[in-house]
Design a protein around this ligand. Structure first.
Ligand SMILES: CC(C)(COP(=O)(O)OP(=O)(O)OC[C@H]1O[C@@H](n2cnc3c(N)ncnc32)[C@H](O)[C@@H]1OP(=O)(O)O)[C@@H](O)C(=O)NCCC(=O)NCCS
Length: 236
């Protein structure tokens, strides 16, 4: 009963005042053990998310060709990923093991966060947004993303990251969202900065992507940063 009351109050507050929410959380941690706090994560999976210009939604088998042609087949994109070599859509399935039955079936897991990025206006599927390695105890998740070069530098990924951060902090209850990029790929870091993620340091020669080994530049944002920024009138 005590637990139910606590979580009811906490969830009521989640969308509201962050300071008050933090206070209730502290109070909760005095009453319950550390184990109990993982219950504040409520996985909801890859639900449809909308922004002004984009729809983020689950992949279906029909997306294989468009996402390959628009995004993954481009060396400018592939070089900054860890995807296995893919010269054809067959490679996507057989070598990279995406769009397999198992890969599509992973949507049955409530902690699967893998979205197709689709343009609202044209319907084009232009890339992928991936929330990787969700960890309930730490309440953290990692971001990875890519879109086709035809759509670069028009603010699309910033728009998508902002929407996903809002979902992760407000609706799932993550406390920390992190991402990294190769030092030689500053556009990705710029997206992180524009979304309010904070630089946490560079690890020398720790980033392995298809183009090679690079210095790994780390960024993260905490729930308190996110809600704090919103209170100060800056968007996510
Ligand atoms: C990284 C990537 C997702 C960015 O997507 P996007 O939709 O172009 O991003 P946005 O338009 O929202 O923002 C890009 C920002 O990077 C900046 N940028 C672009 N090239 C840059 C460069 N060489 N150096 C510094 N900044 C650069 C843009 O000017 C823009 O910043 P601004 O709005 O302040 O001008 C896209 O380039 C991509 O898919 N790249 C290949 C895959 C990849 O790198 N994924 C990330 C792996 S960590």
């Amino acid at each position: 009963m005590r637990e139910l009351l606590y979580f009811a109050v906490y969830n009521q507050l989640r969308a509201g005042d962050f300071a008050l929410q933090h206070f209730v959380k502290l109070l909760g941690s005095q009453i319950f053990s550390w184990e109990d706090s993982v219950l504040t994560i409520t996985h909801k999976g890859s639900v449809v998310l909308e922004t002004e210009r984009l729809i983020l939604r689950r992949f279906t088998i029909d997306d294989l060709e468009p996402v390959f042609n628009n995004c993954w087949s481009k060396s400018e994109v592939w070089q900054w990923t860890n995807y296995k070599p893919m010269k054809t859509t067959e490679d996507v399935v057989k070598t990279a093991e995406m769009f397999t039955e198992e890969w599509l079936g992973a949507y049955s897991r409530p902690n699967r966060y893998s979205w197709a990025i689709q343009m609202k206006a044209s319907g084009d599927v232009i890339g992928r947004f991936f929330g990787m390695h969700p960890e309930d105890r730490l309440k953290q998740i990692e971001l990875a993303y890519e879109i086709g070069p035809d759509w670069w530098n028009q603010g699309y990924m910033t728009e998508a990251v902002k929407r996903v951060l809002d979902y992760f902090f407000r609706e799932i209850g993550f406390n920390r969202v992190y991402a990294y990029h190769a030092h030689e790929n500053p556009a990705s870091g710029r997206v992180m900065q524009k979304c309010g993620m904070l630089y946490e340091g560079t690890m020398r020669q720790a980033c392995l992507c298809n183009r090679g080994i690079f210095d790994k530049v780390n960024y993260a944002i905490l729930a308190e940063d996110y809600f704090g920024r919103q209170k100060m009138g800056k968007d996510g």
